[in-house]
Design a protein around this ligand. Structure first.
Ligand SMILES: [Ca+2]
Ligand SMILES: [Ca+2]
Length: 140
């Protein structure tokens, strides 16, 4: 624990160049967290730190939330409280994450076209990015 505290303090005290290294470290941690407990991530509440997807434009229909990196929506991700898959069905999004832009990708493992969702922001019509009912993964 002391070692990780030192790492965080070091990266924060230096500006841009090491910021990229901190981002990579965060990506690795996020992936581990998703693998550890995906079942608890989607709780129907768009809470602090979450990326929240919606089945319809303007944040309507089914909703789904997750605070980590999700590499493939085909791996059991459903709209909260439903049996409908999130895969290729999202039409809008909000991000409650404070630090970096969230990216919602056309294909699994962060490939293809994408929708950028600004920190604390939202995208009400995925079709504006050519991404209506196409989303398959998300990261930061
Ligand atoms: Ca949709
Ligand atoms: Ca897709």
């Amino acid at each position: 624990m002391d070692r990780s505290d030192v790492t965080v303090n070091t990266s924060r005290s230096v500006t841009r160049p090491l910021g990229a290294i901190a981002l990579v470290a965060g990506l690795a941690l996020g992936s581990a967290a998703v693998q550890a407990g995906p079942a608890s991530a989607n709780d129907g509440v768009c809470g602090p730190g979450d990326l929240c997807l919606y089945e319809n434009t303007l944040f309507g229909g089914g909703r789904w939330d997750d605070s980590g990196y999700v590499s493939d929506y085909t791996s059991g991700h459903k709209w909260w409280g439903t049996t409908r898959t999130v895969q290729d069905a999202a039409s809008s999004a909000k991000s409650k994450y404070s630090f970096w832009t969230a990216y919602v990708w056309e294909h699994s493992f962060y490939r293809g076209d994408y929708v950028p969702v600004p920190p604390g922001g939202q995208v009400s019509v995925f079709a504006d990015f050519g991404m209506e009912n196409k989303a398959s993964s998300n990261n930061y």
